[in-house]
Ligand binder design. Structure first.
Ligand code: 5GP
Ligand code: ZN
Length: 116
């Protein structure tokens, strides 16, 4: 299912260009347009799911798949050994700005904790 006015659905449809990192039948990964680290890409489900607040039990295999992809793709781009951060922002106070579930993967520099 796709939503016409959803930016990431439009990226998935090829209507908005993106730089592909990885693709399979359930997911697409692409570089973030405003990277916050030397490596910063997003893993998104091809199905339109607004946020973690909207996932169901039936989405558990998809979520597991997305999480497992993070180290696999991190390894492919050379940041697995040095370390990387995975983030899913959910809702307004978290800073979620695109209402299509996405897993950030960032690496290539030291990071602080706690996040801002
Ligand atoms: P959020 O703030 O919702 O957790 O993350 C949304 C991310 O999408 C941001 O890091 C932002 O830079 C990225 N983004 C927004 N618009 C585009 C776009 O058109 N193309 C790409 N590749 N990334 C985008
Ligand atoms: Zn969408």
């Amino acid at each position: 299912m796709s939503e016409n006015n959803c930016l990431f659905c439009r990226i998935l449809a090829g209507e908005v260009p993106s730089t592909k990192v990885y693709e399979d039948d359930r997911t697409y990964a692409f570089t973030d347009i405003n990277p916050q680290a030397p490596t910063h890409f997003l893993i998104v489900p091809k199905e339109h799911i607004e946020s973690l607040n909207d996932v169901t039990k039936g989405d558990e295999p998809l979520l597991g798949h997305m999480l497992r992809l993070a180290p696999k793709l991190a390894n492919q781009v050379g940041i697995a050994e040095s370390g990387f951060r995975t983030i899913i922002n959910t809702g307004e106070e978290s800073g979620q700005s695109v209402s299509h579930l996405h897993l950030h993967v960032l690496g290539g520099r030291s990071m602080a904790w706690p996040p801002g």
